[in-house]
Design a protein around this ligand. Sequence first.
Ligand SMILES: NC(=O)c1ccc[n+]([C@@H]2O[C@H](COP(=O)([O-])OP(=O)(O)OC[C@H]3O[C@@H](n4cnc5c(N)ncnc54)[C@H](O)[C@@H]3O)[C@@H](O)[C@H]2O)c1
Length: 460
Amino acid sequence: MKIIVIGTGFVGLPHAAVCAEYGHEVYAYDKDQDKIAAYCSGDPKRIEHYVAEPGLSAVIKETMNRYLFFTDTLEDIIEGTDAIFLCLPTPPNHNGSTDLSYYRSALHTLAPLLANRQDQRRVVVINKSTVPIGTGRLLESILREHNVPNVGIASNPEFLPEGEAVEKSRRPDRVVVGADSEEDFRILRRIYSQFYNHVRIKYIETTPETAEAIKYVANTLLLTYISFWNGVGARLAESFPNVSMEDLKRGVTADSRISTWGSYVSNGAGGSCFGKDIQSLIHQFKSVGQPADLLQSVYDINEYQKSYLLDRAVRECGVNFNQKSVALLGLSFKKQTNDMRDSSALRVVEGLLGRGVREIRAYDPMALSEARRWFDPAKNHLYEKVHYFESPKEAIATSDMLFISTDWEEFRGLSRTIEQCAPPPYLIIDGRRMIPDYAELVERGYTYLAVGSPTLRRHK
Ligand SMILES: NC(=O)c1ccc[n+]([C@@H]2O[C@H](COP(=O)([O-])OP(=O)(O)OC[C@H]3O[C@@H](n4cnc5c(N)ncnc54)[C@H](O)[C@@H]3O)[C@@H](O)[C@H]2O)c1
């Protein structure tokens, strides 16, 4: 099949690469010329500057110029196309609704080209972005306005978690396709022939509106699990003596009806999707006169979670952050990615700067160059206080306290580094419960304040 992917970010690039790996002829188009130049170079460093996903550069190297082609112009690639995937940003507006301006802009470029194509074979325009219920119809009306012949629309939402984009594009849990006609379903089945009739992968065909709704319900349910454990499990274990977070989790999730996914506790869930999708669904509920109290609570609990540990440090340990040096480990919103969008670390940095710290000594295995863009001193002079280090050891050395914000596996072995570089008394604020042997550190005189535990310090 000849496929065009419009938008080559976190979703579009892995999707294009894996479609090419499965032998389709794929044209990946983006209006960002620097991005396209970086991808065309094939240089893993330049590719990862934009999308750092395990295995992605290798698939691109394997397929580029044979099955996968990058371009910053659409004009020359339209003829003979079977399917066009839209992988465009859908950020939130101030009121939580979804900003569809990227969408409209891309469609106003695409529709006239489709209208004027020479060959009039069937082409399906497929929404892969997360879009409000009914956006497929908007797409349809724009195509109709431009008199595009022999065209169908479909919704094929993306569920991949960042950090596993290639793996999950190769082997998704499910493929959801919403379309109106058998002809369009057939085109999608050919594109996804490796998944259709797969014994494990669920291939679900439905209406475009249901497909759009499935994405929102799935994402907000995942955030609900996370917020339930943060808002109930963590609160319990922090407030009632001798409630063990780990035992609580094991005991509750031993029930086969209860999901183990999401049973970890953390300083909030970030990333480009959870926050914006739940805000959008709240807005969609309100627009049809439905109460959205449950969704609003889930959103509020998650936001609270991103900053409450600093307040706890003040309340429970009497910490005065003024002029302190704080080591901050983990900047990306989760492990295995350099993506910092809506990362809890952003709130931690703002919270620390707002409390007058002298410096933040930041380390992240993948997100340091991304962080330099987020914390650009030209935007806010306080960001001059953020300093970057190449290892946890260097970040911790000379600091007064430590904050762990991302669940990178390498942080699990931190206790030795802490002992070597930062003698007690020293405060460890652990937003991810990454130090399994914290009791030994406490025994040696460290203060340990973690999500899901009361503050722990040695009894005098
Ligand atoms: N990031 C995720 O993990 C994830 C997972 C599932 C679904 N989604 C959804 O997928 C969609 C895309 O997300 P993303 O993270 O890939 O976004 P992104 O910002 O990483 O990528 C979007 C790309 O679209 C390009 N673009 C914008 N306007 C364009 C235009 N008019 N023409 C051509 N290219 C244009 C941008 O330059 C950018 O490269 C969103 O709706 C998001 O909610 C994201």
